[in-house]
Design a protein around this ligand. Structure first.
Ligand code: HH2
Length: 293
């Protein structure tokens, strides 16, 4: 299976996709994120973790100031800005990898881009505010369009979708058209089916097992299984104990065509991704011919 798609453009930089899986390292500057809430809730700790995430081998840093866990309360604009902006400002000139801002708010995305962020990670997939696409166009930033059912406050009360894959594909079609209409180039867009966002256990497993269905869009696929509750359901483990379960989901996603994996445990997943990529590349023209065991 080929994972080749056009490269991703973010503010004058180009990230090559498909040759190897890219790692997006998660940094939540929140008191209440489901697995790392409170851990990096000060500027100093967040900056230190960001630099560590880069040193551990991440290709992109994803910084968020609002938890999206089921039932999470929305964070006021001023508070979200207060959480993420100083961290981005302090990382200017110190971090080589691009910074993505995990937000659905126009003002937060704008301030983050002005402070040097290169990517907007919109878990509402343009449903909350289409002007995020205007910002991506204006700054030449990358835009992650994620599928979510409902909002974090309501998503756990929704009835299951009769056709989750079709629902996600319809959303991608709609959001790609909206982004294009607002001037975003295809090369700036990443698609994410949104594991855990209003989906059942079966939905999450189906998304992973059928991820290749979304290859038809010709855009990089991002997948975020890290420590999520579907892994907890299967393994019976608490969020921080879900590293091996996350690894299994990461490998499955890579074998079904994921280009970018969004993870907390960057150091561990770097090895996971490297081995999975090596297996996936076996038999291709440039595979190593050295005997080894
Ligand atoms: N998952 C979370 C947050 N943002 N963005 C994308 N593109 N894809 C995801 O799957 C995704 C995301 C939820 O995980 P986390 O950031 O660890 O938790 P919280 O939302 O509680 O801060």
């Amino acid at each position: 299976m080929s994972r080749r798609v056009p490269h991703l453009v973010l503010r004058g930089r180009a990230l090559e996709l498909g040759a190897r899986t890219l790692i997006m390292g998660i940094l939540n500057v929140t008191p209440d994120s489901f697995s790392d809430g409170g851990e990096f809730f000060s500027v100093e700790r967040a900056v230190a973790r960001a630099l560590e995430i880069e040193a551990e081998g991440a290709d992109i840093l994803d910084l968020g100031g609002e938890s999206t866990r089921p039932g999470a309360k929305p964070v006021p604009l001023e508070e979200e800005l207060r959480r993420v902006l100083p961290v981005i400002e302090r990382l200017q000139g110190r971090l080589r990898i691009p910074v993505s801002v995990d937000t659905t708010k126009y003002e937060v995305a704008r301030a983050a881009l002005e402070a040097g962020a290169a990517m907007i990670n919109d878990v509402s997939g343009l449903r909350r505010d289409e002007r995020l696409a205007d910002l991506a166009a204006e700054f030449g930033a990358a835009l992650v369009i994620m599928h979510s059912r409902g909002t974090p406050e309501t998503m756990h009360q929704l009835p299951p979708s009769p056709d989750i894959l079709g629902e996600i594909a319809d959303h991608f079609t709609w959001a790609l058209a909206r982004a294009r209409a607002r001037g975003v180039a295809q090369e700036q867009i990443v698609l994410d089916p949104g594991l855990g966002f209003g989906k059942t256990l079966e939905d999450n497993l189906l998304i992973l097992n059928r991820l290749d269905r979304f290859a038809e869009f010709g855009r990089p696929l991002l997948i975020g299984p890290s420590r999520k509750s579907f892994i907890g359901h299967i393994t019976g483990r608490e969020p921080r104990e879900r590293v091996f379960g996350t690894a299994a989901a990461v490998v499955a996603a890579i074998f079904r065509g994921a280009h970018i994996v969004r993870v907390h445990d960057v150091r561990q997943m770097r090895d996971v991704v490297r081995v999975a990529d090596a297996i996936l590349g076996a038999g291709e023209a440039n595979a190593s011919r050295q005997p080894m065991f």
